[in-house]
Write a protein that binds this ligand. Structure first.
Ligand code: ATP
Ligand code: MG
Length: 650
């Protein structure tokens, strides 16, 4: 089990006119490393610049002389690149397909021409509200077309957007508004998720009353559900009213490549979220180029990424990458389980989706319900699948490949972070035969390396901490308001390199496997065991839906292994099954990986973006539930209570 040896090359007939082949990948990769300036200078030409950059890269990752600059004398406007630029040839092409929460409510299709008008009207309205270049605007919206419009309108006038996931509480919203001193908040009356209303405007009202939230001068409110809300005179404005009389044209702000585009807070899997800042030229170049290469984008594709716009995946691969590339992108308001667990698949048929990109957490959840909901839909339009967010268990990978993709769609397992702006490691679909569970190969310009605890490079096959040498245009530029934290967090552990925080293994073929977060690695009697490996072994068992592994202090072994297991629907916990699962892990990985404790988990604590929060599980395993730390980004805090109750007390 430690090494899944089978490989999955793209099926015959997959390649299209622009598919990157293995030979091309090797050639371009070499070019990108040998002469990054030439390589990224050429790539930047895919954008439309007011002034093309002549200085490509100015980077020094040593903490004493630190700088990261890309295209620093270039000038452009991001919204012009995502909308105006397409008007000549694609004015009538669908830019956005909106699929509402309720499958029986009408879906919407918005052309590039219509998108242009909507963006310009809102941009004008924001300017009238006093928003200008460099001002921060918090966006707290449901998954609607206007979420994309809001981002692009900010970009058009040079305002820095900060999207806050619509599922966050008033406190989490207030933390972010306060941290970035937002001048305006854009929200909706209510959101809709699985038929339930989410009180967005009421949450904004509550957030703005919390201590030290004083920066907000105006709130723009989209009418979405028509639900009853309070409007505060002087502060609150209806979107449709402020845009009604604005012209459908708006002079874009001429931005420097290094001017900030947005601030986005990380998921908070490992602690307090960081306000990641991305800039304009480098970010858009990287988002659009990776989107085209990774998804082997074709003009006729219907592309659907199921992430929320509140996460970086929503920014780079729902809005900026696809729209910069003139693609058709789907925005889905709902959830995979509503009205039932065939929703993804029937929606793929409905909109003839050809590229589908989702997260392992969703795949594992849908696997629990078996094949039948998938088989309800034909999925004939699909040609490529993708995954992001966590290591994908090989078992889940195979299900995605065989059941969802009918064995004919390559899977791109994209490893990246909020900090990286775009995908950094991936098996490009026409170039690299995938191995289930592996991120495989670096994207162009990306130089991964593995280091041990002493900072020594690990050569050849081995496992260690994943660092990146050099820079790429989509790299974050700072932690908003705390540049020192940026340097301390990412560039101090291994000076001169970017430390990802992730553990990684390189196999004998030179392919990369993310093993989980470095903080989560379990060290049993000197053997380092990745959480991904343990969890994948458990998920391999026919009765297991999901699992999480953490370490706890052990007198003899240094650390012991504590696992949490969620069973598939209909399976019942028993002592016998517990023993069977422990033996199963032992058999699949080896005696060293035998779990000391196995706790049944009706559900696992996850971030709002669906990632397992192991740091919380670690505290429970360590019998220290009073030290759970920041749980504000937790999706369902009640999950924690029951796990605390049922924990093994040693
Ligand atoms: P925080 O940094 O606040 O703790 P986070 O790391 O979960 O939160 P993100 O930037 O959303 O915030 O997630 C990036 C992380 O997600 C990566 O560092 C990695 O651990 C994990 N990840 C993302 N994609 C993959 C993938 N394809 N394979 C393995 N791990 C992945
Ligand atoms: Mg992180």
């Amino acid at each position: 089990m430690t090494e899944v040896l089978d490989r999955y090359p793209a099926p015959a007939g997959f390649a299209g006119p622009n598919t990157i082949t293995e030979a091309e990948y090797n050639r371009l990769y070499k070019e990108s490393i040998d002469d990054p300036d030439a390589f990224w200078g050429k790539v930047a030409k895919r954008l439309q610049w007011y002034k093309e950059p002549t200085k490509i890269r100015d980077v020094d990752l040593n903490p004493d002389n630190f700088k990261i600059k890309w295209y620093e004398d270039g000038e452009l406007n991001v919204s012009v690149n995502c909308v105006d630029r397409h008007l000549e040839k694609r004015a009538d092409k669908t830019a956005i397909i909106w699929e509402p929460d309720d499958p029986n409510a009408p879906a919407q299709r918005v052309t590039y021409g219509e998108l242009y008008t909507r963006v310009c009207k809102l941009a004008n309205a924001l300017r009238k509200l006093g928003v200008g270049k460099g001002d921060r605007v918090t966006v707290y919206l449901p998954m609607v077309v206007d979420a994309a419009v809001a981002l692009l309108a900010c970009a058009r006038i040079g305002a820095i957007h900060n999207v806050v996931f619509g599922g966050f509480s008033p406190t989490s919203l207030a933390d972010r508004v306060r941290d970035c001193d937002a001048k305006v908040v854009i929200t909706a009356d209510e959101g809709l998720r699985s038929g339930r209303r989410v009180a967005l405007k009421a949450n904004v009202d509550a957030a703005l009353q919390l201590p030290d939230v004083t920066s907000v001068e105006a709130v723009v409110v989209l009418r979405h559900t028509g639900g009853d809300i309070e409007m505060q005179a002087g502060r609150d404005h209806w979107w449709h009213e402020v845009t009604a009389n604005e012209p459908g044209e708006c002079e874009p702000e001429r931005m420097n490549a290094e001017d900030p585009l947005f601030i986005l807070y990380t998921s908070g899997s490992t602690g307090k979220p960081k306000g990641v800042l991305h800039t304009s030229g480098g970010y858009l170049t990287y988002a659009s180029y990776t989107h085209e290469c990774v998804f082997d984008l074709r003009e006729e594709d219907v592309y659907w990424c199921t992430a929320d716009i509140g996460w970086v995946t929503g920014h780079s691969y729902i809005v900026y990458g696809p729209l910069a590339n003139g693609a058709t992108t789907v925005i889905f308001e709902g959830v995979p389980s509503y009205p039932d667990s065939s929703r993804f698949w029937t929606t793929i048929d409905k909109h003839q989706v050809s590229i589908f990109y989702t997260a392992p957490t969703a795949i594992r959840a849908l696997m629990r319900d078996g094949e039948e909901p998938v088989k309800k839909a034909s999925r004939k339009s699909l040609r490529l699948l993708g995954t992001v967010g966590e290591p994908i268990n090989p078992e889940a990978w195979r299900w995605y490949y065989d059941v969802v993709g009918d064995g004919r769609c390559p899977i791109v397992d994209t490893w990246w972070q909020t900090e990286t702006g775009g995908c950094l490691m991936v098996p490009l679909p026409g170039a690299t035969a995938a191995k289930p569970g592996a991120a495989m190969k670096p994207f162009f310009g990306v130089e991964p390396a593995l280091v041990d605890a002493n900072g020594e490079f690990i050569q050849g096959a081995g496992e260690g901490n994943l660092v990146l040498l050099g820079s790429w245009p989509g790299q974050m530029r700072t932690v908003y308001g705390d540049h020192q934290r940026f340097i301390d967090t990412y560039f101090k552990a291994y000076p001169g390199m970017y430390f990802t925080g992730d553990g990684c293994r390189r196999d004998a073929d030179g392919d990369y496997w993310i093993t989980g977060r470095v903080d989560d690695v379990i060290n049993v009697s000197g053997h380092r065991i990745g959480t991904a490996e343990l969890e994948s072994a458990l998920v391999l068992h026919a009765k297991v839906a999901e699992a999480a592994a953490v370490g706890f202090n052990h007198d003899v072994k240094g650390q012991g292994i504590y696992v949490y297991v969620t069973l598939k629907a209909g399976e019942v916990p028993s002592e016998e099954l517990r023993k069977e699962l422990v033996a199963h892990v032992r058999q699949n990985i080896g005696p060293i990986a035998t779990p000391d404790y196995l706790q049944w988990a009706p559900a696992l604590p996850k971030t709002r973006s669906g990632k397992i929060m192991r740091r919380i599980l670690r505290k429970i395993a360590e019998n220290a539930p009073e030290q759970l730390g920041d749980i504000s980004t937790l999706a369902d805090p009640s999950v924690v209570e029951s796990l605390v109750q049922e924990r093994f007390i040693r």
